[in-house]
Structures are given as C-alpha cells and as structure tokens.
Design a protein around this ligand. Structure first.
Ligand code: SKM
Length: 174
C-alpha cells in the first residue's frame, strides 16, 4: 500500500481521522507536527518562537521528507505543509493524498474546542480567528485541492462518529 497522506486546514480533524484510519488498516500512524516535536526535542510553538515561521517551514519540509519515505503508513500533515516549497507535488508523488475539506465555520467550531498549541492563532480574539481562517483558507485551498482525493467532512452527519468517517473514507479510497 502507498502511504496515505492527510492534508487540510487546522481543525479539519487530520490527526483524529488519520489515527483512526491507521488503526483500521493496521498500519503505523505519524502526525507530522508530533514527529517534528520528537525529532527536534521542542514543541512547534518553541520552534516558531526561536526560528520564526520561515525556520519552522524548513524544518517541516525536511521532516516531511523523512516521514514520506516510510512505506505503508498513514501520515497527517500540518495545516501549512502543502503550501510551502514543492511539498504538495512531493506528497502526490510518494503517497495517496487526501484533503479533509471543511467550511471555515466548521473549522472555527472545531478550533474553539481544539486542543494543542497553534502558534498562528495565538493572541487572536474569536472574531479575528474567524476572519483569519476565511482569508488563509482562500490562499491555501489551491494547494489543498491538488490532493488526489477530496473528502468533505461537512457531509458526515455526526462528526464525532470517527468510525463513520473512516468507513466512508475507506470506501472512497477503494
Ligand atoms: O504545523 C502546525 C503549525 O502550527 C502551523 C500550522 C499551519 O500553518 O496551519 C498548523 C499546525 O499543524
């Protein structure tokens, strides 16, 4: 099996869905943000603070190359991964790419409940976050839409039912 690489905006559920899909398929799961943190012995926020976004993107690019070389795994990327360097084309060459697509409203709702630190959203009011998501999604979607599969999470009636998402995703992936 080619590795399955899940992309999409923050809050789309890439980690949750990726983990459940890997379990269902009986393969290893890698979350690129976690992989970066483990390899660098620093949190994503610490890397942003020390090296700025540009520095983070270089590290992310290098780590993507490490993870994408693994065969037969499920990988969930960071929200920005597809939008820098040639990352999206690279992922399309090496794996089966899946874009978890959601409306800005859904993403915003998930991020309100979301866990973990997302440096790009820190120090913003909920209104600012809403505007930020809409604008950034517009810029990023052309990259996301290069994925080989697009999976609309808004059509899942009850998003909490992850198994339901995974089942539909497996059917779509064939
Ligand atoms: O990779 C992290 C980091 O916080 C940047 C990011 C983004 O640019 O959307 C998403 C997170 O997964």
């Amino acid at each position: 099996m080619k590795s399955i690489i899940i992309i999409g905006y923050m809050g789309a559920g890439k980690t949750t869905v990726g983990k459940a899909l890997a379990k269902e398929l009986g393969v290893m799961f890698y979350d690129l943000d976690w992989y970066i943190e483990t390899r660098m012995h620093k949190t994503v926020k610490e890397i942003f603070d020390e090296k700025g976004e540009e520095g983070f993107r270089i590290i992310e690019h290098n780590m993507l190359h490490e993870v994408a070389e693994f065969e037969n795994v499920v990988v969930s990327c960071g929200g920005g991964t597809p939008c820098f360097f040639d990352n999206m084309d690279y992922m399309n060459q090496l794996g089966t790419t899946v874009y978890l697509k959601a409306t800005p409203e859904t993403l915003h709702a998930h991020l309100q409940m979301g866990k973990g630190v997302r440096p790009l959203l820190l120090n913003k009011t909920p209104e600012e976050v809403e505007t930020f998501i809409k604008e950034q999604l517009k810029q990023r979607e052309p990259f996301y839409l290069k994925a080989q599969h697009i999976f609309d999470i808004d059509v899942i009636d009850d998003y909490d039912k992850i198994q339901n998402t995974v089942k539909k995703l497996r059917l779509q992936l064939g």
